[in-house]
Write a new protein. Structure first.
Length: 229
């Protein structure tokens, strides 16, 4: 039997999510870039295990990969309208790697705030949306271009007795400042392996995702970081 349908996406995120990963991308085909797709598992919070998302050769999808994914049905949930339930009886298949021009073509036009800038966490800036407001947004993924990205590695939570080193990204968009957690594991590992501090990156393309609600808020997360070689 064949799966109900497949979606072919350019992988724009393969980020940390609870006990697994959140993969997301935009549909691609016929020389065009389409809508956002977030493949999810049947777990309560939808995260994907390593087995869920791997190719037949055992490899994991990476950013820029163009991946064909077998699906069962669309399964939107709250503000995460882009969700599709995977058919875990099939492997995913890598078709090719996308290029920088295709990434540029996938950018979203954001004319004002990144969703809603009415709330900030203790450590972040404009990094969360109240859950009720988030459910009215109709989307949970954005691909944006910034010119002033700084990656910051610092200890957070020490004042509450649970201090840990965290990686965040600071950037501006349409006149507003943002300071968001980075959940791109490749970037996280790269910066956690070094010293604490602020590191200028400059021009970058960022996949920003609204994560699962936590204590009444959906947090904006930098789920994918693209820097032109």
């Amino acid at each position: 039997m064949a799966p109900n349908y497949t979606k072919t996406i350019i992988c724009l995120a393969n980020s940390r999510k609870i006990t697994g990963r959140c993969v997301a991308g935009k549909e691609i085909g016929g020389g065009k870039v389409g809508q956002w797709i977030r493949p999810i598992s049947g777990r309560p919070t939808g995260e994907l295990s390593e087995e869920d998302r791997r190719f037949e050769n055992g490899q994991d999808p990476k950013l820029f990969d163009v991946v064909r994914i077998p699906m069962i049905e669309a399964r939107p949930h709250g503000f995460q309208t882009e969700n599709h339930l995977i058919d875990d009886g099939y492997y995913w298949a890598k078709e090719r790697q996308a290029n920088w021009d295709e990434l540029q073509a996938a950018l979203d036009k954001v004319s004002g705030a990144l969703w809603d800038n009415s709330s900030s966490s203790y450590n972040g800036t404009h990094d969360r949306v109240e859950e009720g407001a988030a459910n009215q947004l109709g989307s949970s993924l954005r691909l944006i271009e910034v010119n002033d990205l700084k990656v910051v590695v610092a200890i957070e939570g020490a004042e509450f007795g649970n201090g840990k080193r965290r990686v965040r990204g600071r950037f501006s968009l349409n006149g507003a400042q943002y300071y968001l957690s980075v959940t791109d594991p490749v970037v996280e590992r790269q910066y956690l392996a070094g010293k604490d501090g602020k590191f200028a990156v400059g021009h970058a393309i960022l996949c920003v995702s609204l994560g699962e609600p936590y204590q009444g808020f959906a947090y904006k997360l930098i789920a994918g970081v693209f820097v032109k070689p």
